[in-house]
Design a protein around this ligand. Structure first.
Ligand code: BYC
Ligand code: FE
Ligand code: FE
Length: 469
């Protein structure tokens, strides 16, 4: 571990002067981007942050007050696994790739760039949220997520610089040039161009979109390209907290809304809460965009990624016994003449759908837990996930109208009516905005959200997680 180098790392950066120099030239550009596009209004504040300082399973992070621009963004790979072969696809059992195989160069670069692009995008999307934080605890979690997404960008830029030479360096610069939501230079994937203007959206995003990140990273953590495998494995350690923030954040909003609904006879908006129906519509919005992130149900890209050993299935090594996925098929419902029809697809071409299914199961688990919370509060309401066909912009179902439950709709007008009922309305957004007033006294919580069950790193709930003075 070289923690005191200009760029903290465990990749022996100082032994490769050219690479070190190239990354040290990228570093000030990253810093400049962080000052421009990172959390607005809090760059000079002390934040109680964890910093990755080791890749051991226990004790990999150090907690302390840090000003965000001084955060030690580093390059950390999990330890080498000598002798671990490619685990799936056509190159199965051959030695893992330590350099980029020429024939896979383009697909690999595309995977790394797509992954890398999401990291700064999310920081851009979240940059104004500090100004309306529901508590110092939540404010700190927002910033923790933001600095770690910055580190994930570093992880991808390291791969680009180290393994892709000049075009890798150009891609590294492009990652700082695209902007979330910008019409001329948008981020690559659509969920990362959607605005996040309030904390309900933030919790939906970290619950549902960071969770796509978990599954994509896990698929890349099976990669036969060893540096990609090792870097994504370590990213997943940090990612767990992002998912915790999202899942418990939504759970806390749901609990508070249920309490206020009971106390106000179903008038939670009148007593400063967010109606459960509004929460439902926000979840519906973000879930449908998150499903798009898995790509087309039938994808030759996905088949290529799998064949070449670059991107596996979720827990490929531990969960499956057969790793070629050859001569196997998956039934995918497709749309033909306005009807849902089953189509047999080679399993390799269905890998996006296979990963999406893991994601859906995991999300359904979280929804069951939220519904338990609502029950505990003695309120009669159920959060539902829309059908996977509903409101999709990518893949087989894009361009077709479906109900929330997934039934085909005959025309554009009926689809528009369905969307008007199921997606956030102007009134929903108004209600949510109306409760977004900052709460910044240690230990205090905004009225619309229940407190968390415990603090960060065993600190008390009224710990000063961010020093604002
Ligand atoms: N929006 O065969 P298809 C995270 C494009 S999140 C816009 O369906 P493929 C994080 C696609 O690029 C995890 N465009 O797609 C979370 C292709 O374009 P081209 C991010 C889309 O390649 C929160 C065309 O449509 N990581 O880490 O099989 C905070 C048709 O392609 C979208 C990864 O995504 C979309 N939603 O699968 C911070 C992993 N979907 O080439 C961070 C790396 C597809 O025709 N990426 N397109 O111009 C991949 O594995 C694949 O690229 C995808 C798409 C799964 C995304
Ligand atoms: Fe990330
Ligand atoms: Fe994340």
């Amino acid at each position: 571990m070289s923690l005191d180098d200009r760029i903290p790392n465990n990749v022996d950066l100082s032994s490769d002067r050219r690479l070190q120099k190239a990354l040290e030239q990228w570093q000030p550009k990253f810093q400049e981007w962080w000052m421009d596009m990172g959390p607005e209004g809090f760059q000079a504040k002390d934040v109680y942050l964890r910093t990755a300082t080791s890749v051991e399973r226990d004790g990999w992070a150090t907690f302390d007050y840090v000003k965000m621009p001084d955060y030690r963004w580093g390059i950390f790979l999990t330890p080498e696994e000598p002798g671990r072969p490619v685990g799936f696809g056509d190159m199965i059992d051959q030695p893992s790739f330590e350099e980029v195989p020429g024939e896979f160069r383009n697909s690999l670069r595309r995977l790394i760039v797509t992954q890398g692009d999401t990291e700064p995008a999310s920081v851009e999307q979240q940059r104004l949220l500090g100004q309306t934080c529901p508590s110092l605890y939540d404010l700190r979690n927002l910033f923790q997520v933001n600095v770690e997404e910055g580190r994930h960008l570093w992880a991808m830029v390291y791969l680009l610089h180290r393994y892709f030479g000049r075009d890798g360096r150009e891609e590294g610069d492009e990652l700082l040039a695209r902007r979330s939501g910008n019409a001329d230079k948008p981020r690559i994937l659509e969920a990362f161009n959607q605005p996040i203007n309030d904390w309900l959206s933030f919790f939906c995003f970290t619950m549902l979109v960071d969770r796509d990140g978990k599954y994509q990273l896990a698929a890349l953590a099976e990669s036969g390209f060893s540096p990609l495998r090792r870097t994504t494995q370590f990213m997943l350690t940090e990612e767990a907290h992002h998912l915790f923030v999202g899942e418990t954040g939504l759970g806390r909003v749901i609990r508070r809304s249920a309490q206020l609904r009971r106390e106000s006879d179903g008038q939670e908006a009148k007593v400063g809460g967010i109606p459960l129906e509004t929460i439902q519509r926000y979840i519906t919005h973000w879930y449908s965009y998150a499903l798009d992130l898995f790509g087309s149900e039938i994808s030759s890209n996905a088949a290529d990624f799998f064949s070449s050993g670059l991107k596996g299935r979720y827990h490929e090594a531990s969960k499956y016994s057969e790793h070629s996925a050859k001569d196997q098929f998956q039934e995918i419902p497709i749309i033909e003449n306005g009807r849902v029809t089953m189509k047999q697809v080679p399993l390799r071409n269905a890998m996006n759908e296979v990963l999406r299914e893991e994601y859906i199961r995991d999300t359904e688990r979280a929804v069951r837990n939220w519904n338990k919370i609502i029950k505990e509060e003695n309120v009669n309401f159920e959060i539902l996930l829309p059908h996977r066909r509903f409101h999709r912009h990518q893949g087989e179902y894009a361009g077709h109208g479906f109900t929330f439950d997934g039934s085909p709709l005959p025309d554009a007008a009926s689809y528009q009516a369905e969307l008007a009922k199921t997606l956030p309305t102007a009134r929903d957004r108004e209600i949510v905005q109306s409760v977004m007033t900052p709460v910044t006294k240690p230990g205090q919580m905004a009225h619309w959200i229940a407190p968390p069950t415990k603090g960060i790193n065993d600190q008390a709930l009224d710990f000063e997680y961010v020093r604002l003075n």
